[in-house]
Each structure stands twice: as structure tokens, then as C-alpha cells.
Design a protein around this ligand. Structure first.
Ligand code: PDD
Length: 287
């Protein structure tokens, strides 16, 4: 049973208790992060904590901790967790109060940190790619906030499970936004394309790493709106997230993407990503 952190205490998961009046439970009134840990080193911790701050600002909740305090909490959880690689789940809700949509006047936020097993995609998935479907993006207009209220994402993700697929790619007014739990890249005419950051997608930490690696490795790339037609005609489609790393989509809505196998740019980026991960684990920075 892992040791978790709850409101200043470290304790076994089965002993952790929160109020049923917690606004995270009643309203999904909270934000979260998932931080990959490799060889017991958190990956891009400062970037995750900066995005947490942006999410807290987005829901008008004061950050209960300084970055240094967060770092100390995360390091203590990593030390006590089993396994060299972990995914640190961290969530802050607006705390417990009377059931009223309006913010309570004086309320202590609930802080929860849980170590999860981090299992990178199996080699077969990297080598064969995954199938995905598309669906209309029916979420709200603040998808840049990493909110715990994930019901639309849950329902959209389940559509792909029902179809035997790995992810649901979301289209809003004819343009690609992201996946139900990942960002999406496409390759068109040899150029790596990604939707630009906006209120319509989560600014992924892995998305940033992939764009940095594209720059470092001389891969032609651009961030600009991607039309549904371009997605369907793409030579390659990739998913990125802290848990999936970079994965190729080789079937989209039952049709092969390109020749139906992970493409050359994917293979180059996947290798670059693995190299970079190992470099970070040795404490060096990107070249
Ligand atoms: N999800 N878009 C959405 C909607 C996401 O939920 C995620 C990640 C991403 C990718 O962001 P990042 O590269 O920072 O992981 C994009 C996490 C892993 C989750 O909810 O479990």
C-alpha cells in the first residue's frame, strides 16, 4: 500500500480520509497534475508546477504551497514509493464547505499526492502503433485548465474503449484540438504539425518536449490550426502525454494512417525522446 500525502500528513493510502463535503467530490472543483518520475527523478517538475499554478489561477484558487514546498512533498513521496519509475498524481481541490456553487468564504484547500505505477507503452505498441477514432469535441472552452472535472474526457475516452481503440481525437468546428487524455501531432508533406496552444487544449508538457526535440534534431515543424481534412490525409499521426510518451496512431476511424505503420519521423522522434529521457535521468540538460 503506497504512502500518500494528504493535507500535510504522510500516511498509508487506506488510512487517507476526506470529507464527503469536499468540493472536489461534489463539484469536481479542483485541478491536478501527473508528473512522470524516471529513476526516482521527477521529469520536468518545474514545468508541471508552473502549469499547476496556471490551472489554480484559472479556477481562482490560491496555491497552498510554494514551488519549493511542492518539490519537497513530491521528493518525499518519491522516496517512499516502490519502483524506480512512477507517475506522481497531485491534486488540489477548493476544500470542504456547505453545498453551494459559490466559493465558500473561508476554506482550506485539500492537497492530495499519490504515487502511481508508471508503465511506458509496451514495445509492441511502439512498433505497431495504435488505433484511434475521432469525435466532436464537446468540452467547455477552458481546456487549458487541468481540471479534475473530467466527465467529458471520461465519456470521450470510453468511446474509443468501446471501439477497441487507444484514444479519441477531438474535432472542434472542423479543426483538431487534442485527444481525450493526450495531445496530437500530425505529419503533412514531411512537416511536423501541432495545434497551437489555446484555451481549446491542454498545454502538454510532453508536447513542449517534442517541439524542443524537433528543433534540436532539425525536424521541420510548425504550430498552426490543423483541419480535419489534413488529419485524415496525414502521413503520420502521433499522440503525446506523460504516460504515453510519444505513440504513433496507425489506424484512424478504421482507415490506415500513411502506410498503416509508424512513420520515419515517428521513429526518429521516439528515439530522440528516449535519449532525452536518459539524458535527464543522468542530470544533464538538452543539447
Ligand atoms: N493527461 N491533453 C489532455 C486532455 C490530457 O489529459 C493530457 C495528459 C495531455 C498531455 O499532457 P502532458 O504531456 O503534460 O501529460 C493533453 C494525463 C496524463 C492524465 O490525465 O492522466
Amino acid at each position: 500500500m503506497p504512502t500518500i500525502h494528504l493535507n500535510g500528513q504522510f500516511l498509508p493510502l487506506e488510512e487517507a480520509r476526506i470529507s464527503v463535503m469536499d468540493r472536489g467530490f461534489l463539484f469536481g472543483d479542483g485541478v491536478y497534475e501527473v508528473i512522470p518520475v524516471y529513476s526516482r527523478r521527477p521529469f520536468r517538475l518545474h514545468e508541471h508546477l508552473a502549469r499547476l499554478q496556471a490551472s489554480l489561477d484559472g479556477i481562482r484558487l490560491t496555491n497552498p504551497h510554494t514551488p519549493r514546498e511542492w518539490e519537497n512533498l513530491v521528493v518525499r513521496i518519491i522516496e517512499q514509493a516502490e519502483g524506480e519509475d512512477q507517475g506522481i498524481y497531485l491534486q488540489v481541490t477548493r476544500g470542504a464547505g456547505p453545498r453551494d456553487h459559490a466559493f465558500p468564504k473561508e476554506v482550506q484547500p485539500t492537497v492530495f499526492i499519490l504515487p502511481l505505477a508508471l508503465i511506458p507503452p509496451a514495445r509492441e505498441l511502439v512498433e505497431s502503433g495504435v488505433a484511434a477514432i475521432t469525435a466532436p469535441d464537446n468540452r467547455w472552452l477552458r481546456c487549458d485548465i487541468k481540471a479534475t472535472s473530467l466527465l467529458p474526457n471520461v465519456l470521450l475516452r470510453q468511446l474509443s474503449v468501446d471501439a477497441g481503440c487507444a484514444e479519441t481525437l477531438l474535432l472542434r468546428e472542423g479543426f483538431l484540438s487534442e485527444g481525450s487524455a493526450s495531445n496530437v501531432f500530425v505529419v503533412a508533406e514531411g512537416v511536423l504539425l501541432a495545434p497551437p496552444k489555446s484555451n481549446l487544449m491542454l498545454p502538454g508538457i510532453t508536447y513542449d518536449v517534442v517541439l524542443e526535440l524537433a528543433r534540436a534534431h532539425g525536424i521541420a515543424h510548425a504550430t498552426r490550426p490543423i483541419h480535419e481534412n489534413e488529419l485524415r490525409a496525414a502521413e503520420e499521426v502521433w499522440l503525446t502525454s506523460s504516460t504515453k510518451e510519444v505513440l504513433a496512431v496507425t489506424t484512424l476511424d478504421g482507415q490506415p494512417v500513411g502506410d498503416g505503420r509508424p512513420g520515419p519521423l515517428f521513429r526518429k522522434m521516439h528515439a530522440a525522446y528516449q535519449d532525452y529521457k536518459h539524458t535527464v535521468m543522468r542530470g544533464k540538460e538538452i543539447a
